[in-house]
Design a binder for this molecule. Sequence first.
Ligand code: NCD
Length: 306
Amino acid sequence: MKHLLGINELSTDEIEDYLEHAKFYADSLENGSWDKNKLHNKIILTLFFENSTRTLTSFDIASKRLGANTVVWHPKISSVHKDESFTDTIDTLSEMKPDAIVIRHSEYGAPSFVANRVNCPVINGGDSWHEHPTQALLDALTMIQEKKTLEGLNVALCGDVAHSRVANSNAHLLKKMGAQVKVIAPEFLIPHDPKGAFPLDGIEKFTSMEEGLPGTDVIMMLRIQKERMDKSLIPDTQTYFKDFGLTQERLKIAKKDVIVMHPGPMNRGIEIADDVADDPRHSMISRQVANGIPTRMAVLDMLIGG
Ligand code: NCD
């Protein structure tokens, strides 16, 4: 049984395969040429124990674009609030025999735990600060559309890298595909643990935007993950923006044709200035959202499309 639990465990061939399928669906959505019944009679169960706007909705739309039915399970109206254990909840839902499960959870490794208990493919929609594989795939699709190849691309991951599953999955994917990855963040938001999820090898670290940005092709901004850190560590937002916010002035330090990315949700005026987020010359933020659909169609097709 094939699952998509993380980028770390994928080979470069598998990543390429996902990206080729994602590109196929991105092109097909433009010209209306895909098989709209590819997942006819399949049921996709989404279990989001954490909030989501982009990921949950785009899995739902991607499933429906392929003719599948979705069942959106909400923790708020479930028996989790009658003290049912996580394991019993998963076993119960598994008995209903969905064809695939998409799960988001605040516990590190929850999707792997679920994959070991159920009889269908499991897709990780984000677990703690561990992995968010479909986000990294849609980000890679966006970079390839703009820059043709990931090989040799100079990518800066900026902001709260230490608590970001998006940064982790992107770092794994980009390194495997031959990009040059660097981190720009305050010292306390840079990952240091050699046993942690973030791959440290060969990744340059900078604690100043001015020093880190020269030569950059892709700037990926990240939200401060307040929910995953000791609140006393968080600097006041004005100081953070002054030191690490992406402004038009700082954009000029990177390459002339630099692209700006952000997985969302964005905190404008904290990690990114309004006029950068909305700059049509550089910002790929809406394209990333749009690419969530073909990427998730590709993943669903590859796991349960037969
Ligand atoms: C992120 C997530 O939830 O991991 N958003 C997303 O899925 N596009 C990033 C975040 O919460 O900051």
